[in-house]
Design a protein around this ligand. Structure first.
Ligand SMILES: [Zn+2]
Length: 174
């Protein structure tokens, strides 16, 4: 059923300057290219999980149409990170969290089990599932540590300056 991945994934997440993780979920309409706010992470993951088969458009949203103004603008007032399409939906009871590194270089994906244990890698997921047979209906393929790509044109200029400064300092110490 899955087709080729679109070249430009259009689901996205973005964050505010103060929150270390995602503050706003959004998806881009395939028709009018406007961005629509997605109320919850669960809904966002649902859209993302079947994005290739069912591209997002305004009419998927209650009371929305392509004639409505955009919900949020893609601009540098917030830092944007663009997700890959068709990542698996987080298994029920588990939680997926994304954290932006302090230097804005990338986001890291983690899972939390229903009891709050943090899983940082695919190996940890596999081990956890082996040790906890009560989750026999959960498969390792339900997890993905692929994190969204931080869009460099939306990174605050102060962070860019700090990064270039750091690189300069590193190379000058050699
Ligand atoms: Zn639209």
């Amino acid at each position: 059923m899955a087709k080729d991945s679109p070249k430009t994934p259009k689901t996205s997440s973005s964050r505010s300057a103060t929150n270390p993780s995602v503050s706003v979920w959004a998806a881009q309409c395939e028709k009018c290219l406007k961005w629509r706010r997605i109320a919850t992470q669960e809904e966002f993951e649902e859209i993302r999980s079947r994005f290739t088969e069912e591209p997002f458009n305004c009419h998927n949203q209650p009371n929305a149409s392509c004639d409505d103004p955009t919900d949020i603008e893609y601009d540098s007032s917030r830092t944007w990170a663009i997700d890959k399409p068709n990542l698996p939906k987080t298994p029920s009871g588990f939680k997926r969290e994304l954290y932006l590194r302090r230097d804005y270089s990338k986001m890291d994906a983690y899972y939390f089990t229903p009891s709050g244990k943090k899983l940082r890698s695919f190996t940890e997921v596999t081990t956890f599932l082996q040790q906890n047979p009560e989750f026999s209906d959960v498969k390792p393929s339900d997890f993905s540590f692929t994190s969204p790509k931080v869009m460099i044109d939306t990174i605050p200029s102060t962070a860019l300056l700090a990064n270039s400064h750091k690189k300069g300092a590193a190379s000058s110490t050699k």
